[in-house]
Design a protein around this ligand. Sequence first.
Ligand code: HEC
Length: 170
Amino acid sequence: MDSHDANRIGAAILLTALAVAGSVWVGRLAVPVAIPLRPAFALPEPPDGAARPSIADALAHADPKAGQALAARSCTMCHSFTKDAPPTVGPDLFGVAGTPIAGIPAYSFSPALSAHRSELWTDEALSTWLESPARFAPGTRMAFPGLPDIRDRAAIIAYLHTLSDGGHLP
Ligand code: HEC
C-alpha cells in the first residue's frame, strides 16, 4: 500500500463520518425529537384515596373462614388459637385482637416487640405487623416473612376477631 492508497482510505473514512453526521443532522431537522405536551393516551387513575387500600376496607370483604384456613397453614406451627392454650414457639393468639401488644403474661416477649407495649393490637397494627414482622419490630423473634397481600392479612384479622369469648365464626 503506498501513501496514495493511505490518503484515499483516510479520505473515504472522513467522508463517511461526515455523511453520517450530516444525515443525522438532516434527520433531526426533518423529524424533530419533540416530547409531546400531552401523553398520547392517559392511564386510568384510581379515584382519590384508593391508591393504597386500607385494612378497614379489606376487612369489610374479608372471610374469617378463609383466615382460619390460612392461619392453619401459616401460623399454627408456632401459635395456638384456642382459649387458655399454653404458648408454643409464639404466644397463644386467642383473644389477641384489641389487647396491648406483647401483653400476654404467660409469654416472654423479645425486647423488640416489648418496645410496643404501650400500643394496642388494633386492626391497623395487626396488619402492619403481619405484613412484615421484622419491619414492625426489628429484632423480633417471630421468624415469619410476612403476608404481602392485604386480603390475606384481612382474612386472618377477621378470624382473630372471632377468637374472643363472645366471638364465633359466622
Ligand atoms: C416461626 C414461628 C412463627 C410463625 C410461623 C408465626 N409466628 Fe407469630 N409470633 C412468633 C413469635 C416467636 C412471637 C413473639 C415475638 C417476639 O416476642 O418478638 C410471635 C408473636 C405474634 C403476635 C404478637 C402477640 C402479642 O400478644 O403481642 C401476633 C399477633 C402473631 N405472632 C401473629 C401471627 C400470625 C397471625 C401468624 C401467621 C400468619 C404468625 N404469627 C406466624 C412466632 C411465629
